[in-house]
Structure formats: structure tokens, C-alpha cells
Design a protein around this ligand. Structure first.
Ligand SMILES: *Cc1c(COP(=O)(O)O)cnc(C)c1O
Length: 285
């Protein structure tokens, strides 16, 4: 298995980073996840733009151009013969000694990328997931895809301990935000509702693609805050992420959502999503 480390394709076992790396000590860095379908990087431009946006928000200069990064990811896909899967890419602020909260302009950012083979989870897309609700106690810069994921990790493990697949987060009972690593949508009376893109959620590329497809297909959309009551009384609930696409949520805190099976709008949006992948990647799923 090959990985990318600082622009070079190397064997995973040879890719080492320094224990004085700020990513390791402070979680000082950012990351991105790219979805690969049959070797094609889906919505590459949107993901690479978000990576550069996250970098700018933490005052980190990425030492490669977007084109150079595309070439590196393409090299990785070829080397690992990746068909369906994902690429995880992270950039930390690099090595600095002695440990100091104040970062130095002399640091060299450390970039790494790994590939993970993963087919589309058709069973989950059809059958749906279970979720719990959990307090969103993360910081106020959730729009940055930061390496600091403890809030997300703890929420996801709270779900796992409760025997559920995902945690739907809320700031207070009138304010549902997103999930531990996905966005959440509700459907009420054929209107698609999701949290606005601000500092309290990570604006998923999948979220943006779904909203674009919904708009093109004349689905009514409201980007607004909704409550826990609206969530549980919704006709349909689904989550979105590069891996989840449009995955329905059938129970929340043990309560059935809608009819307990994937709803008509969730089904329709997943069909538009598949068509978008096929069109932009020039493939047949
Ligand atoms: C990455 C992420 C998402 C989903 O974003 P996609 O670009 O659609 O994969 C949603 N929420 C959080 C907290 C995330 O980290």
C-alpha cells in the first residue's frame, strides 16, 4: 500500500512523521476526504477549494498548487489501483521545537494522503441507519475541517455505546446542527430542510451537491435551524457525506421516523445523486 508524504509516493511502512509534529501535539492542521468512484475523484474542485479555505482559516499556507495536489492524488489512485474508495488527506503545521502554542512562520507543513478501498454501501442507502441525539459541545469554528475531532469522536462513541449508527447533534433543543461526520436533512410536507452553512456546521460537499440537485429538480428547500421536535416529527430524515451519499435515518433515540423505511424524497434525491456521479465521472454505477 502506497501513501503520499510531502509530495512523494512512498510505501506506507516507510512514511514516518516527527513526534514533535504540531498535528500530533496540538491537532494543529486540517484535512479533507475525497470520494473515488471507479478511479474518478468525484467533485474534486469543490473538495480542494474547501481544503484551501480551511487552510486559510487557520493561517496555514499549503505548499502545493491545486493542480499539483490533483496530480498527487491521481498518482496514489493509480499506484494502489483504487476503484471505489476514499482518499484521506491531511496537512499539519509541521515540526516545531520546543513545543509552543505560538506557531512559527519557519515551519514546513506536513502533508500526507492515504487511500481506503470502500464500495458504495447499498444496504445502508436502502435500509437506513439508527441515530441518537447528543449535545453539540464542539467549538464555534465547525466550518473548518480541523484535525481537532474530539467532540465528534466522543459523540460518535456515545452513539456506538447506545447501539446506534450515528449521533445527531444539537446546541439546544431548538437547534439541531449536524452529525459527528455527516450533515443532516429533514423532510416535512415535501420541503427539504437543513441547517444553514455557517460556523456551526461543516458545509459538506455532499450537502451542497444535494441542495444543487434538489433546486434543479424543483424541490422546495429551506436552509434554516430546526428543533429536536421537528427532527423527530419529520416525514423523512437522512444524513449526507462522501461515504453516506443520501442515507436515511429510520429511528432516532429509539423512536421511529415517518414510516420507518426510506422515504420517497430520500429515494428520489439518491437517484439524482447517482445520475450526477455518472454524468460528471463519465461512468456507469
Ligand atoms: C466531512 C464532514 C461532513 C461531510 O462533508 P462531505 O464533504 O459531504 O463529506 C459533515 N460534518 C462534519 C463534521 C464533517 O467533518
Amino acid at each position: 500500500m502506497k501513501v503520499i508524504l510531502n509530495g512523494q509516493l512512498v510505501e506506507r511502512s516507510e512514511a514516518k512523521v516527527d513526534i514533535e509534529d504540531r498535528g500530533y501535539q496540538f491537532g494543529d492542521g486540517i484535512y479533507e476526504g475525497f470520494r473515488i468512484y471507479q478511479g474518478c475523484i468525484f467533485t474534486f474542485d469543490q473538495h480542494i477549494d474547501r481544503l484551501f479555505d480551511s487552510a486559510e482559516l487557520i493561517d496555514l499556507a499549503i505548499p502545493y498548487t491545486k493542480e499539483e495536489l490533483k496530480d498527487q492524488l491521481t498518482e496514489l489512485i493509480t499506484a494502489n489501483q483504487l476503484g471505489d474508495g476514499m482518499i484521506y488527506l491531511q496537512i499539519s503545521r509541521g515540526t516545531q521545537m520546543p513545543r509552543n502554542h505560538v506557531y512559527s512562520p519557519d515551519n514546513h507543513p506536513v502533508l500526507m494522503a492515504t487511500s481506503i478501498a470502500a464500495p458504495r454501501d447499498l444496504a445502508a442507502f436502502e435500509k437506513g441507519l439508527t441515530a441518537i441525539t447528543a449535545v453539540d459541545d464542539r467549538w464555534l469554528h465547525c466550518n473548518i475541517k480541523s484535525l481537532n475531532l474530539l467532540g465528534n469522536v466522543l459523540a460518535k462513541n456515545q452513539a456506538a455505546k447506545a447501539g446506534a449508527d450515528e449521533a445527531i447533534l444539537y446546541r439546544d433543543e431548538d437547534h439541531v446542527t449536524e452529525c459527528s461526520h455527516s450533515n443532516v436533512f429533514i423532510v416535512k410536507n415535501n420541503t427539504l430542510i437543513t441547517h444553514p452553512a455557517n460556523n456551526l456546521i461543516l458545509n459538506g460537499i455532499t450537502r451542497q451537491t444535494i441542495l444543487k440537485l434538489a433546486k434543479e429538480n424543483k424541490v422546495a428547500i429551506e436552509e434554516r435551524v430546526f428543533s429536536l421536535t421537528e427532527l423527530k416529527q419529520a416525514d423523512e430524515v437522512f444524513i449526507s457525506s462522501i461515504m453516506a451519499e443520501v442515507t436515511p435515518v429510520t429511528t432516532i433515540d429509539g423512536e421511529m421516523i415517518g414510516t420507518g423505511v426510506r422515504g420517497p424524497l430520500s429515494t428520489e434525491l439518491e437517484q439524482y445523486f447517482i445520475a450526477e456521479i455518472e454524468k460528471t465521472c463519465g461512468i456507469q454505477l
